[in-house]
Ligand binder design. Structure first.
Ligand code: GAP
Length: 514
């Protein structure tokens, strides 16, 4: 992470706390690591993001419906899904610093550094050759790039084999051979690699016996699989169809850091799309495209997204990728798209003894559907939005302002209503407007401080529009409408305010781009 990007993350964290977006959890007791609370504006933004996702899934697709399953599930669920046996991370400690790391991530970070070197070579060459530059040719012929790529391929191959075979010694050997040092202390004095299950467990009822052990769900997806038949039958759904869900998930992450990027309690928005066996890869491709379009409609910049196809496929998947986003810490996973075959439904059939099949009238036969999953972390989406919206500006008069340039349809407060001065009946007039607009938008009424300071505060919260009620309002029923990003002001009649703002702030605008 470069110094400036590191600074950006720090600034976003400080801003989120100061302006009521995100607070450290139980802060008066010095907080709880990797747990955060969403404040008065954070919860609004989060709710709008959920609406955008939910409406894009459930409202825009006649063959997708939603559910809300319980967080606690029968413990056999997690045996069937593979989480009891295989939801494990290899961890390693540095003996000198006492810091704990995920062994596979240490190797991945090493690979990312080599990838950065390749990118630097490409940028240098692009500059040198100008318009004649051919990226593909450069990649396949430049000796230095080829050398880097060979090294990456060989490391990835060894990592893949060690992970697939659970060969913890090989993983340690790889770390030692690459000379990977603790990023904090620089020491290469490592412990052996050990396995660690990421599920949180607790007991059902009053007896702390092994048979009463239940888990906090580590993904929402299993709540969908176990309800496949309930939804299919009660909704008379026909393949292909999808089930969507938004809810909390819990993982005892070994290293949870980088703010709300990796938490122990977080929220997922997942959709399982059930398809005819053999058609899953076409659907996988379709969902890849659809999801990328959904992200890009947010207007955070197409260059900030990329696909990362998985080299190491989980045993149940026949294709998988991440949509990565350029966070302040660099490109990182924001969403996963997985072709999960019939693994989950078959496993639940075996463990429950119940059939989880679809009768296809066209084929006149039963089959276990295949599944294409889209899974996005709501908190990561929130961080993506906050970090790209955070803008520092120097104005013409030399003063500074911080603006959250959130899309108007997602901004927590849509409009602030500000009487220019708190006298001459302006506040009363502003109050009438507030009472008119509050049925349509979350509004704020603010009569304190100089008008410039009130504008700055709304800029920092990300409020896209401010309405100022002045003496002219009393004469001709017009107000000034101030635009957050340009600071441009226009005169608008009070009667047209609701429709003008509705046009600018509605979620429809985003959804219509899909
Ligand atoms: N059902 C599939 C599944 O859970 P995953 O890749 O493990 O797949 C999906 O998780 C998404 O959940 C990730 O892309 C990420 O956005 C989010 N996520 C996973 N672990 C997280 C954590 N510890 N904190 C915040 N978000 C997380």
């Amino acid at each position: 992470m470069s110094q400036s990007d590191d600074n950006l993350l720090k600034k976003v964290i400080a801003h989120a706390k100061e302006y009521g977006y995100v607070f450290p959890s139980s802060e008066i007791y010095d907080g709880l690591s990797a747990t955060y609370d969403y404040g008065q504006y954070g919860v609004e933004l989060k709710n709008h993001l959920k609406q955008y996702w939910w409406q894009a899934m459930v409202q825009l697709h006649e063959n997708i419906v939603g559910i809300d399953a319980a967080i606690f599930m029968h413990p056999t669920t997690w045996k069937a899904s593979g989480h009891v046996d295989a939801f494990i991370d290899p961890l390693i400690d540095n003996k000198d610093s006492g810091k704990r790391y995920r062994a596979d991530q240490l190797v991945e970070e090493y690979v990312a550094k080599i990838e950065n070197k390749i990118t630097k070579e490409e940028l240098k060459a692009a500059k040198r050759f100008g318009e004649d530059f051919d990226l593909d040719q450069f990649r396949s012929t430049n000796p230095r790039v080829l050398q880097y790529q060979t090294k990456i391929d060989s490391i990835n191959q060894r990592l893949k084999e060690a992970m697939e075979q659970g060969a913890l010694n090989d993983l340690k050997t790889l770390i030692e051979e690459l000379g990977i040092a603790d990023p904090v202390s620089g020491s290469r004095n490592w412990t052996d690699v050990r396995q660690f299950n990421l599920m949180f467990s607790t007991e059902l009822g009053s007896l702390a016996e092994e048979s009463n052990k239940i888990y906090l769900r580590p993904e929402t997806a299993q709540g969908i699989f176990v309800n496949f038949l309930n939804v299919q039958k009660s909704g008379r759904m026909r393949i292909p169809f999808g089930i969507a869900q938004i809810g909390k998930a819990f993982r005892n992450e070994i290293i949870a850091r980088q703010f709300i990027f990796r938490m122990r309690e977080f929220e997922q928005m997942e959709m399982q799309f059930f398809v005819k066996p053999g058609e899953e890869l076409n659907w996988y491709q379709e969902w890849k495209e659809k999801r990328m379009k959904w992200h890009q409609a947010l207007g955070l910049g197409a260059d900030n997204y990329r696909f990362h196809d998985h080299l190491n496929l989980a045993h149940y998947a026949n294709a998988a990728c991440d949509i990565e986003f350029k966070f302040p810490m660099g490109f990182k996973e924001l969403e996963g798209i997985h072709s999960r075959t019939d693994f989950d439904l078959k496993a639940h059939e075996q463990h429950s003894g119940k059939k989880l099949q679809f009768f296809d009238p066209a084929e006149n036969k039963n089959y276990v559907p295949y599944v294409v999953e889209t899974s996005i972390g709501l908190d990561r989406l929130f961080l993506a939005l906050l970090s790209k919206s955070y803008t520092e500006e120097t104005l013409e008069d030399g003063s500074q302002r911080v603006v959250l340039q959130l899309p108007a349809s997602l901004a927590p407060v849509k409009v602030a209503i500000l009487p220019l001065v708190n006298k001459d009946g302006l506040s009363e007039k502003a109050q009438v407007l507030f009472d008119q607009l509050k049925f349509h938008f979350l509004c704020q009424f603010d009569a304190k401080d100089a008008i410039g300071r009130r504008y700055r505060r709304q800029d920092a919260i990300g409020t896209p529009y401010c309405i100022t009620v002045d003496h002219q309002t009393l004469e001709d029923n017009t107000v000034t409408l101030r635009h957050r990003d340009t600071m441009r002001q226009e005169r608008v009649s009070t009667e047209s305010l609701t429709s003008v703002l509705q046009e600018k702030c509605s979620l429809q605008k985003l959804l219509q781009q899909l």
